[in-house]
Design a protein. Structure first.
Length: 162
C-alpha cells in the first residue's frame, strides 16, 4: 500500500474503518452481485436479503425464515447452512469454518465476515469491494458496530442457500 497513486477503494475502506490501517488488502473490485451474508456463505451470485427478494432479480431469502434483518434471524440463516456451534474463539480451529456477525446493539444486524484458512477474515463491504483483514477488531466502529457473535460449522458441511 505504498503506491504513489492510492487506490480509491482502499482509501474508502480506510476512511470508513479507522482501525483497519495496514491490516487489510483489497481482494475484488466493486460489485452488487452479492452481499456480505452471501459472501460469508461462499456464494457470489446471490444477494441474500429479506427485503424485496420476491420481486427483485438476484435477491434471495431462505424460505421459512423471518423476513427481517436481525441477529436472531441471521443466526437461523446460518444454522440452516450448518453453522450451529457458537464460539468466542477468533483463531483458526482445525476442521471448522467460522462466520462472525456484527451489530450495533440489541438485535441490530450490520455485517458478516468469514474466516479464511490462514486465520484472516474476509468481508464484502456492501456494494463496495471484498477485503481480507487480519482480525475482527479492525471493523469495529460506527459502520458495523462490533462483533456480536461467531458461529462455526464443520468443514465440508453443505450449504442450504444457493
Amino acid at each position: 500500500m505504498s503506491s504513489s497513486n492510492p487506490d480509491p477503494d482502499e482509501q474508502y475502506v480506510a476512511r470508513k474503518f479507522p482501525g483497519i490501517a495496514g491490516k487489510f488488502k483489497k481482494t475484488s473490485e466493486k460489485t452488487d452481485d452479492y452481499n456480505c451474508l452471501a459472501w460469508a456463505l461462499g456464494l457470489m451470485r446471490s444477494w441474500i436479503d429479506p427485503y424485496n427478494h420476491s420481486i427483485t432479480p438476484g435477491k434471495y431469502w431462505p424460505p421459512g425464515i423471518s423476513e427481517d434483518w436481525s441477529i436472531t434471524t441471521a443466526r437461523e440463516v446460518l444454522r440452516q447452512n450448518g453453522y450451529t456451534e457458537e464460539t468466542t474463539i477468533e483463531d483458526v480451529e482445525s476442521g471448522w469454518e467460522k462466520v462472525a456477525i456484527f451489530g450495533k446493539g440489541g438485535d441490530d444486524l450490520q455485517h458478516f465476515a468469514r474466516q479464511l484458512p490462514n486465520g484472516n477474515w474476509t468481508s464484502k463491504l456492501g456494494i463496495q469491494i471484498d477485503i481480507e483483514h487480519q482480525d475482527l477488531e479492525c471493523l469495529k466502529g460506527d459502520v458495523y458496530g462490533e462483533r456480536r457473535l461467531i458461529l462455526k460449522r464443520r468443514i465440508n458441511q453443505n450449504a442450504q442457500c444457493a
